[in-house]
Design a protein around this ligand. Structure first.
Ligand SMILES: Nc1ncnc2c1ncn2[C@@H]1O[C@H](COP(=O)(O)OP(=O)(O)O)[C@@H](O)[C@H]1O
Ligand SMILES: [Mg+2]
Length: 299
């Protein structure tokens, strides 16, 4: 990003804040959690969708923001048809509220598109319309769960640096653990302020989940100046594969399956986590952080 682009971004961010200050801070108590992974295919999107459904069953208002601009698929997993995406917001055809779709269990979904893959390469006017529309989304729910792409690409890391809470999903296998470590290391090096929690997906039993966390935590403790917390595990469950084939969330297709129990536990844990000041601020706070930090991942 050039110096000019950086100052353009700052100017846009400042304009968005002054508009924001003029209105009451709706959604300020909304918690924003990004779910990421080192390796693709570890179950991020399924974790998000099903945890969102489980949170909703606990009476929480949840919005899922699909920010996996490369491999967007929350809509496919939820079996919904999407007409417009974030790309239509950027082009000015739609407002963010217009592209919001209703998902299962009353959750709301912001569908992604591959059109935004390189956020920093967007023209100033495109960015302006995106920020404008983001700051008009009056989401006064309890949670925004963000599905990021996998890996340490700048467009993923920029999102992770802007959110207050990150859940890193890994599998028990060594390659996934190594890649999860790589993400955590980058976040640590870039000075991420987020709380980082680990979720072990496809564990054969609770012990395998705990052991996987211990392995990763040992390395993190030894080499990085940050701490990670254990979020729990999700059982490896063929029912989940079947639910994906049916394009129905597991929570709907097989609510009594082993993995569904794990998602219920996970949702309860998330709902009961202490709310820190940095955890809230909602969508507007996220865009403020995102724009301030944009380009940081490229340094
Ligand atoms: N707990 C699980 N048990 C069994 N299979 C799973 C589980 N979680 C994920 N999978 C399999 O992994 C595939 C990829 O999951 P997905 O959520 O799309 O990953 P990501 O979003 O990380 O790329 C699913 O389609 C499913 O076949
Ligand atoms: Mg995915």
């Amino acid at each position: 990003m050039t110096h000019d682009q950086a100052s353009d971004l700052r100017r846009l961010a400042e304009q968005a804040f002054s508009r924001e200050k003029a209105r009451p801070a709706r959604g300020a108590s909304c918690r924003m959690i990004a779910v990421t992974s080192g390796k693709g295919g570890v179950g991020k999107s399924n974790v998000i969708l099903n945890t969102a459904c489980a949170l909703s069953q606990l009476g929480k208002k949840v919005l899922v923001f699909d920010a996996d601009f490369g491999l967007a698929n929350i809509d496919v997993l939820a079996g919904i048809t999407v007409r417009s995406t974030i790309a239509n917001v950027v082009s000015g055809e739609s407002s963010i509220s217009e592209i919001l779709v209703d998902g299962p269990f009353g959750i709301k979904i912001v569908p992604a598109s591959s059109g935004l893959q390189e956020m920093a390469d967007m023209s100033v006017s495109d960015r302006e319309s995106l920020i404008e529309s983001m700051s008009t989304l009056d989401w006064d729910g309890d949670f925004i769960l963000i599905d990021t792409g996998a890996g340490i690409a700048a467009n993923v890391v920029d999102i992770l640096l802007a959110v207050p809470e990150v859940i890193v999903v890994t599998l028990p296998e060594p390659t996934a653990i190594t890649d999860a470590y790589a993400v955590i290391k980058v976040l640590s090096q870039k000075g991420a302020g987020a709380r980082i929690r680990l979720l072990v997906n496809r564990a054969n039993n609770p012990q395998e989940g705990a052991d996987t966390f211990d392995r990763l935590q040992r390395v993190v403790k030894r080499f990085l100046p940050i701490e990670i917390e254990y979020m729990g595990y999700v059982a490896s469950d063929d029912r989940l594969v079947e639910a994906v084939m049916r394009q129905t969330p597991l929570m709907e297709a097989f609510p009594r399956s082993a993995a569904a129990h794990c998602f219920n536990d996970l949702a309860r844990k998330i709902a009961n986590l202490p709310v820190e000041e940095r955890s809230t601020g909602g969508f507007q706070q996220f865009w403020r952080n995102f724009l301030r930090g944009n380009g940081k991942a490229r340094l």
